[in-house]
Design a protein around this ligand. Structure first.
Ligand code: ADP
Ligand code: ASP
Ligand code: MG
Length: 426
């Protein structure tokens, strides 16, 4: 069978939940797709479920079965995208654009069998290429889903359609991967939290990766990882506005960015919890026992602080004690607590008290400029101090500084940091 015309450039266009929330919005997205077809592109369209649909499906699963079978969770939750894929193909056909819908298994989008957080294994091109070869101009693919080698439907984790889009762009050598959403680009911080947030014209892959993994939900973290690895030209833009080749934010290599600021953006996450183990022994092997038990229980530990002990460990004078604090996702708190209690029962870990604080949030400043600038931490802490915000835990990497604070101060902290790093001047 004929393949896709070699001369035909290809685009990937992804539409998120709010962009396909009802039939009118699907029609609006279809107009954008038709424009690209008229410009001479073959288009792979990745669609999310209509906004709210995935949450509803997750709710139905949880209401039916508390300890649900993850395979059936995926079977139910993947279905939201199937509806939008079919509707989008129909709308395009109504507009005279030859389009066909594809569920993950039909492509096939081969994934691991880690249900609920599957990863791509391969996306063979043959089936889609053959359809393009028959004269179809658009393949509408259901995002967020795939098929395992056991032949079961899988999903990629919340926000996964972004990653589907980037994976298709990489597999098909797309000229660009355009992520259409309800904001017109990547901002210095979530525009819902600060009205001073500014749209960034460009952002480096590494910065976007940090922002996404630290809580900015505009792109799924894995989509940025894939784009960085496969050098996909990734753009975030609005599905509600007129757009052209310069619209939105380009996520690109740092070499493509001229005016690099010290701090490019601020991310935050409300879904954090802090756990402190008081009075643990201060001797070799204790941290290994604590974090080994947490890892075995599947707890994703993020920040860690160990207090300085009153006296240094010394083999001749054992008995020094300290406290250990760590953070983890709020929905893993019970698992973490149980892991610690079990480790205590088995004599692997000893502590006097375990305190859980679920009223915390993580706020992070991110920027590649930090590599070559001193004083970023000082500026950050001073801005928080001026607002009377107490810092509970700090962690840093080459291009980010994160602090854990009381959740009630989260918005205030984001705004204070936005001012302190003059991000409204971007
Ligand atoms: P979609 O349904 O299209 O996938 P999402 O809700 O997943 O959309 O992502 C878009 C949202 O991400 C925006 O509405 C915005 O509130 C949020 N967001 C968080 N941080 C940022 C940021 N730095 N820049 C832009 N949007 C952000
Ligand atoms: N519909 C899925 C979700 O809500 C995937 C996506 O939209 O990216 O998480
Ligand atoms: Mg999203």
């Amino acid at each position: 069978m004929a393949g896709r015309g070699v001369a035909m450039p290809l685009l990937v266009m992804k539409f998120g939940g709010t962009s396909v929330a009802n039939l009118e919005r699907i029609a609006n997205a279809a107009q954008k797709i038709r424009k690209e077809v008229e410009r001479g592109y073959d288009v792979i369209v990745i669609v999310s479920a209509m906004s709210g649909k995935t949450n509803e499906l997750v709710g139905w699963v949880e209401d039916t079965s508390k300890l649900y079978d993850a395979r059936e969770y995926d079977a139910v939750v993947a279905s939201g995208e199937n509806i939008t894929a079919g509707l989008m193909a129909l709308r395009l056909q109504e507009m005279g654009v030859p389009a066909r819908s594809w569920q993950g298994w039909q492509v096939p989008i081969n994934t691991t069998s880690a249900h609920g957080s599957a990863r791509f294994v391969s996306i063979p091109r043959d089936n889609l290429d053959a359809k393009f070869g028959e004269g179809f101009k658009v393949a509408v693919v259901a995002g967020f889903q795939g098929i395992s080698h056991e032949g079961r439907i899988t999903t990629l984790g919340r926000g996964g359609s972004d990653t589907t889009a980037v994976a298709f762009a990489a597999a098909f050598g797309a000229e660009r991967c355009d992520i259409y959403t309800d904001v017109d680009g990547v901002y210095t911080t979530d525009p819902r939290v600060s009205d001073k947030a500014r749209k960034l014209h460009r952002i480096a892959f590494e910065e976007m990766l940090e922002l996404a993994s630290l809580g900015a939900k505009v792109l799924q973290t894995r989509s940025v990882e894939l784009a960085m690895r496969y050098k996909v030209r990734l753009r975030v833009l609005s599905s509600f506005e007129e757009t052209d080749a310069n619209s939105g934010t380009l996520v690109c290599d740092e070499e493509e960015i001229m005016e690099s600021k010290v701090v490019s953006g601020i991310a935050f996450s409300r879904e954090e919890a802090k756990i402190t183990l008081f009075t643990i022994e201060d001797c070799p092997g204790v941290a290994s026992a604590i974090f080994g038990a947490l890892a075995a229980a599947g707890v994703n530990v993020d920040m860690i602080v160990q207090n300085i002990s009153e006296k240094d460990y010394d083999e001749a004078h054992p008995g020094a004690v300290t406290d250990m604090t760590f953070s983890c996702p709020i929905n893993q708190v019970e698992r973490a607590k149980k892991a610690m209690e079990d480790a205590m029962d088995k004599g692997l870990v000893r502590y006097d008290e375990l305190i859980i604080d679920t009223d915390v949030a993580k706020v992070s400043v991110v920027g590649i400029g930090m590599r070559s600038h001193a004083g970023v931490a000082a500026r950050m802490f001073s801005a928080l101090a001026t607002e009377g915000v107490n810092i509970k835990v700090i962690s840093t990497s080459e291009i980010k500084i994160s602090v854990l604070i009381d959740r009630k101060y989260m918005e205030l902290a984001v705004q204070a940091l936005h001012d302190a790093f003059e991000l409204e001047k971007v």
